[in-house]
Ligand binder design. Structure first.
Ligand code: SF4
Length: 696
């Protein structure tokens, strides 16, 4: 007898529906869910092989472990021993140094229920706001820009806009590899509607460029200049919507004056693209009835990430191409549940239901609901600041949940030094591979995808239910259960949930009356209807926001922010004249703790590499497959050279996935990156580091 379960892919923010089959022997197989509105039965290579990450338990952590000093071997202990000791150490640190001496670093791969309880624990009961997640590395610049421009952290549109658009501008993203099923929909839309025009801006010729009508191969860090030049041409050529600007926006006059400061010729020189391409881009956008923009890390992971986002959103606000079918800015979420995490308030500056930590009324509401301690008004530490605080000794203990910061954070060697200095490190993980385990005092084995139930929200605000399909190996527990057991060891009330559904219901109640209201959306409805886009009102989800053009700002007008077009990233210099940019490859995910163990996914690209233009390679006497040493002011890597005309001269590219240091072969891209962050979003500048390359 075969059992079938409906669930959702746990890799990228596309949020594809999956049907998993379990046979009588417990063997799992899967297929795309033909009834799911996102993927309509399609899955990419990662999704198709997702079950192997569960059935292969060879790398899994099976039992709690701990040690009393870092050089001692890890000992197997019971859950009670591990959590009693953790609670004792946390209590002692909090008594001695205060609640801000402890922190949680979580993950955009956590389920919403997991985010909810850990956020409640630290903000509502420990009394600190020191919780941040790897979503800080992913979407925080887009979040800040949405709030500034539209008044709320929200994606206005829906995937169904793809089929209604006649221009899609993909900025700083390679969805053909990183959001493959979404890209299949775009390709299908273009096949069905040949007048759909696709524009891609990227310093590299990526797989997404194959479908593009226009590739703007701009210099890294010049996105704002590009967007401003397009904005200027849209104004000059009469493509703006004067009524929309007048009735529904603020700030246009200042923006117009700013974009007129730089000529189109000058902008083309700064961007390193032919001037004619700027005119072509503006003509395509100006003529479109349905204009979508899509972007990811090329804009977000930047020292000016918020300004890059705002400059792109401005193109919608001056043309009125927002809140209408086929139109709108659409940030592509990198992680499966970065959005769900924000719904629970799971970042250092947020509270549940998109409430703001700096709003006393919001703090009071949440505090009254939770019934715990006073919620501190002091913002918590963000991702990179958390590690800096470990380094300077102001933060004593860190609890890392489902993330591998020693591969994913910038300037990874500095992050290692910070963890080395920490008084107490808890690592809550599914895999025995992450580098963080070397620094852990307590290791807590967690259940993986398919071994627990819960919900996630994809990039179009769509909440999906994930079934529990199989038992976790050994003594591994769902992340939410681990956190609740710990909270009870700390003596806190309100963590005695009998199952994940109770946590979800509590989270939903806290959204009542907010702009993300899902207070009437139960597990039962999600199981029956598969997925719903928030807000959920009168028994219906909401596909598009701002259809009445009333925005969530105080005056209900969208704000056209005028931003400086200067890039403040690390400037190349004589010692480090090249710009390193990093990114994903098609078949790997993040730091490879899941995809790295699926042999089919290793066949596509087997090892890290450095992509370099032939002119830069020749100047350094490098040939194809030579081993090169890449160095920056922070560190070095040694990887094979891949010579390609797909990258601009002066720019090199490395994938971000690899992190294991094998003898002399250092292949962790984040040895090289720097810890500059955007001043508003605090998102690191992972796409821009000054480096030099030499033959090794
Ligand atoms: Fe999973 Fe993303 Fe691939 Fe869909 S596109 S199957 S969500 S990795």
């Amino acid at each position: 007898m075969m059992s079938s379960f409906k669930t959702t892919c746990c890799y990228c923010g596309v949020g594809c529906g999956i049907v998993v089959h379990r046979d009588r022997q417990g063997k799992l197989s899967l297929e795309g869910d033909k009834d799911h509105p996102v993927n309509r039965g399609m899955l990419c290579s990662k999704g198709m092989n997702l079950h192997y990450t569960v059935t292969d338990t060879s790398d899994r952590l099976l039992h709690p472990e701990m040690r009393y000093h870092r050089n001692a071997p890890r000992m197997r202990v019971s859950w009670d021993q591990a959590l009693d000791r953790t609670a004792a150490v946390f209590t002692s640190i909090i008594r001695k140094y205060g609640p801000d001496a402890v922190a949680f670093y979580a993950s955009g791969q956590c389920l919403t229920e997991e985010y909810y309880v850990v956020n409640k624990l630290i903000k509502g009961f420990i009394g600190s706001n020191n919780i941040d997640t790897n979503s800080r590395l992913c979407m925080s610049s887009a979040v800040a820009a949405y709030k500034m421009a539209l008044g709320e952290d929200t994606v206005p549109g829906t995937y169904d806009d793809i089929e209604l658009a006649d221009c899609i501008f993909v900025a700083g993203a390679n969805p053909a590899w990183c959001h493959p099923i979404l890209w299949r929909r775009i390709e299908a839309a273009k096949a069905a509607n040949p007048s759909l025009r696709i524009i891609v801006s990227d310093p590299r010729v990526t797989q997404s460029c194959a479908s593009a009508d226009l590739h703007l191969q701009l210099n890294p860090g010049t996105d704002i200049v590009l967007h401003h030049a397009i904005g200027r041409l849209l104004i000059e050529q009469g493509h703006t919507d004067k009524n929309f600007i007048h009735q529904h926006t603020e700030g246009f006059a200042r923006y117009r004056d700013a974009v007129m400061q730089r000529s189109i010729t000058e902008a083309a020189i700064v961007c390193g693209i032919p001037e004619q391409q700027l005119y072509e881009a503006a003509a395509i956008i100006g003529a479109s009835k349905g204009f979508m923009t899509m972007w990811t890390m090329g804009l977000n992971q930047s020292a000016v990430g918020v300004s890059k986002n705002l400059s792109l959103i401005n193109l919608h606000l001056i043309t009125g191409k927002i809140g209408k079918p086929g139109n709108g800015p659409f940030s592509l979420t990198g992680q499966p549940n970065a959005m769900g995490g924000r719904e629970t308030g799971g970042l250092a500056n947020l509270l549940p239901g998109h409430r703001l930590l700096n709003d006393p009324k919001h703090r009071e509401e949440v505090q009254a609901f939770w019934g715990g301690t006073t919620i501190s008004e002091k913002p918590g530490l963000t991702a990179t600041d958390m590690f800096a605080a470990l380094q300077n000794g102001s933060l004593k203990a860190i609890w890392i949940m489902g993330s591998n910061p020693l591969v994913s954070l910038p300037d990874a060697r500095a992050m290692e030094a910070a963890l080395q200095k920490a008084s107490f490190v808890v690592v809550q993980e599914i895999s025995s591979k992450p580098e963080t385990l070397k620094y852990a005092d307590v290791i807590l084995p967690a259940a993986a995808w398919a071994e627990k139930e819960g919900t996630m929200t994809n990039a179009e605000r769509r909440i999906s239910y994930l079934s529990k399909i199989t038992d976790a190996p050994g003594e591994a527990l769902p992340d939410s259960e681990i956190i609740c057991r710990f909270a009870q060891k700390m003596g806190y009330k309100g963590f005695d949930y009998s199952h994940a559904g109770e946590i979800y219901d509590e989270h939903c109640r806290l959204t009542a009356g907010t702009r993300i209201d899902i207070s009437g959306l139960s597990y039962k409805i999600l199981q029956e209807r598969r997925s719903i886009q928030w807000p959920y009102r009168d028994g219906q989800g909401t596909a598009r926001l701002f259809t009445d053009h009333r925005f969530y700002t105080p005056h209900q007008k969208a704000v056209i922010h005028t931003v400086n077009d200067e890039n403040t990233s690390e400037a190349p210099c004589e010692d480090f004249p090249l710009i390193l940019t990093t990114g994903r490859i098609r078949d790997q995910w993040h730091t490879m703790s899941k995809t790295g163990k699926v042999s089919k996914l290793k066949q596509h690209i087997v090892s890290s590499f450095l992509e370099i233009h032939p002119d830069d390679a020749e100047a350094r006497h490098l040939r194809q497959d030579d081993l090169a040493e890449v160095s920056s002011a922070r560190g070095q890597v040694r990887v094979k050279v891949k010579i390609s005309r797909d990258i601009k001269p002066g720019v090199v590219f490395m994938p971000m996935h690899w992190g294991k240091i094998l003898q002399n072969d250092l292949n962790r891209a984040n040895n090289l990156t720097n810890n500059l962050t955007d001043p508003i979003s605090r998102q690191p500048d992972l796409k821009f580091a000054a480096v030099e390359v030499r033959k090794y």
